[in-house]
Design a binder for this molecule. Structure first.
Ligand code: SAH
Length: 241
């Protein structure tokens, strides 16, 4: 009997992967994933069989992993959390009666937040700006409602060549609901090689260096900067703060 682990490998640095995720990979006969993500965990793949496909081949990858898992132990990997814009949903949607275990991981917003301070300490939401699977009108509606709801917003898939204007448009929508000095953080390659981050606010926001390895976090109406840290208060009554 085989088994399929749907593994969130975390943001990239191997020390940020859970022990459970490592165990799943260690016990697997074969690891399935997008080639760039297999590279991230290369040190764990010595003597392991792998099956990789290019980007946008998620369905093919998912079907292959399910088929292999009928008589082998298989891990299919996603970066960050496997259930947040990852493979878990698709796998469960097309599965029949295979033995499947979903293993969570540190998602990009948590990874990025830890680098810039504590911006997600109150109600927050993730919005992906990718329109490959979601119509752009719906994405804009969600940004508007998240803006109105005063959620801290983490923008995943913020900018790609095919949709260079979405990020600027998202920021314009959020400006309708928040003061112009609301803190914004841009974090690239959080907790992995190539990590960079910078702070700005809604009025000084510039999207030039933002790419698909970046995440953009926009504070709520109470977020502020202190000692170069981006903080959203939980609401505790504190003296002198
Ligand atoms: N399952 C992943 C998200 C996949 S969507 C997770 O839970 O993190 C891909 C998007 O996630 C990227 O375009 C980027 O916006 C974000 N992302 C993933 N890893 C990141 C990292 N280490 N640093 C910054 N952003 C990252």
């Amino acid at each position: 009997m085989g088994k399929l682990f749907v593994v969130g490998i975390g943001p990239g640095g191997l020390q940020h992967m859970t022990i459970k995720a490592r165990d799943a990979i260690n016990t697997s006969d074969i690891i399935v994933g997008y080639s760039k993500y297999l590279d991230i965990i290369k040190p764990l793949l010595k003597n392991k069989e792998t099956f990789s496909t290019g980007m946008y081949k998620e369905k093919e990858r998912a079907m292959k992993a399910l088929e292999l898992s009928k008589n082998k132990i298989v891990s299919i990997i996603s970066t960050g959390d496997s259930g947040i814009y990852g493979m878990a949903g698709l796998i469960l949607q097309i599965s029949e009666n295979e033995d499947i275990e979903v293993i969570p991981g540190v998602t990009a917003s948590s990874a990025a937040a830890s680098i810039v301070g504590a911006p997600l300490s109150h109600d927050n939401c993730n919005i992906s700006l990718s329109d490959l699977l979601t119509p752009y009108d719906l994405i804009k509606k969600r940004i508007r409602l998240a803006g109105e709801g005063d959620f801290i917003i983490s923008l995943y898939n913020p900018k790609s060549n095919g949709r260079p204007h979405y990020l600027k448009e998202a920021i314009e929508i959020i400006k309708e609901f928040r003061s112009l000095n609301t803190p914004v953080a841009v974090v690239k390659n959080a907790l992995r090689i190539g990590e960079e981050f910078r702070f700005c606010n809604l009025s000084t926001f510039d999207d030039t260096d933002v790419d698909m390895s970046s995440i953009v976090i926009i504070g709520n109406s109470n977020s502020f900067m202190k000692n170069n840290k981006f903080i959203t208060p939980r609401g505790y009554k504190l003296k002198n703060v």
